[in-house]
Design a protein around this ligand. Structure first.
Ligand SMILES: [Zn+2]
Length: 376
């Protein structure tokens, strides 16, 4: 759960994934999970732009049509320029990176000023084994002065490992297969812990069973319909689907599909504390009416360590902090241990009201250079 207050300390007057301060000149949204959208309704009252990806824009505009949404295309640097309250120009470049593996429309945000690169990861689950991500990250690593705002959701010794999404997906398919094979009246209901982030699972299920998944939430169904890979995998016809998707927090009165032959499959990561690679990652729920499967959409501790070690950032700002003082101290110590080999700095996520003065940059030249580098 993000605890980030939205302030990128090095850039004045902007806010990322937090919309409670309406005095900012522009806003950025990494993805459409509620903990990253706090106060978003406030933007309907002001004209300041909100920059996000086209898929996230689709979700936002449906709910808040008067927000001034501007689209960030993946991998295309955009020059942002505005005058601050003292009539001084603030200028930087932002690029949305399609390297999160977290949910529909999610992006990392790369902010670039002269001599300073800031990567805000948003929420993410990526394996460094994925070559398509590596190229972008290699380039960022070469920038050399990286400040990393890092998704630290599972930066804890209790969550050292998670199965890969591919393994989790195969496990879910195996469970569905076993249950549905009992009779044509048997059904399964997937119950993820978040509204978005299980899109890959839907396509995997469709491939295996040649059956469309019933989407309980009409608004989500409408959003999925515009994505060509997903539109052929989903339905709103409850009578013609034996597999359905309903997030665990949704109270939907359309429960006709839930009966004694329906198996609920609860998908989450937080339940799987102290899981290791020798353990199963499915179990019968306490109610004995459900099966739990570990399906992580955030990096595990070991994956975070790999990511940080690869990028060697100059400093790290954690964007998810635990509640207690003691746990905060443990997290800071873990980050220090991760980066001690390359002399980085751990930053407290609280604002310190000290901002670097932006220098004038040749923005067009910079945009062209960055475009070239990212497309290599
Ligand atoms: Zn998220």
């Amino acid at each position: 759960m993000s605890t980030f207050n939205g302030q990128i300390e090095e850039i004045r007057h902007i806010s990322v994934d937090s919309f409670e301060d309406i005095a900012c000149k522009c806003y950025f949204l990494s993805h459409c999970h509620s903990d990253h959208m706090r106060g978003l309704e406030n933007l309907s009252q002001i004209s300041s732009p909100l920059y996000t990806t086209s898929l996230s824009a689709l979700i936002i505009q449906k709910k808040y049509p008067s927000i001034n949404v501007q689209i960030l295309e993946y991998g295309c640097p955009m020059n942002i320029k505005f005058m601050d309250d003292e009539d001084k120009e603030v200028q930087f470049i932002v690029t949305a990176l399609n390297a999160t593996g977290h949910c529909l429309g999610a992006c990392m945000l790369l902010f670039q000023l002269e001599g300073l690169d800031i990567l805000y990861t948003g929420d993410f689950r990526i394996s460094l084994k994925h070559a398509q991500n590596i190229n972008v990250l290699k380039e960022i690593k070469n920038y050399g002065s990286l400040i990393l705002y890092l998704d630290t959701t599972f930066l804890s010794q209790s969550y050292k490992h998670f199965p890969t999404q591919h393994e989790s997906s195969n496990k879910v398919i195996e469970i569905i297969d076993k249950h549905l094979s009992q009779s044509s009246s048997h059904r399964v209901c997937l119950q993820p812990s978040a509204r978005y982030g299980y899109e890959r699972l839907l396509t995997d299920i469709n491939k295996k069973f040649k059956e469309r998944v019933y989407i309980h939430e009409e608004a989500v169904y409408d959003q999925y319909l515009v994505i060509s890979d997903l539109s052929s995998c989903i339905t709103r016809d409850v009578l013609n689907s034996r597999i359905s998707l309903k997030p665990s927090f949704v109270n939907d009165s359309n429960g006709k599909a839930i009966d004694k032959n329906t198996l609920n499959i609860k998908l989450s990561a937080i339940y799987w504390r102290n899981w290791n690679k020798n353990c199963p990652f499915e179990c019968i729920d306490e109610s004995k009416k459900s099966v739990r499967v570990c399906y992580a959409t955030h990096n595990s501790e070991s994956e975070l360590r790999d990511f940080v070690t690869f990028l060697e950032p100059k400093s790290i700002v954690p964007t998810v902090m635990p509640d207690s003082f003691q746990e905060k101290e443990i997290m800071r110590a873990m980050i220090r241990s991760m980066i001690k080999s390359f002399k980085g700095i751990v930053e407290d996520p609280k604002p310190k009201n000290r901002f670097k003065r932006l220098r004038t940059i040749n923005s067009q030249k910079c945009v062209e250079q960055i475009s070239k580098k990212l497309k290599k």
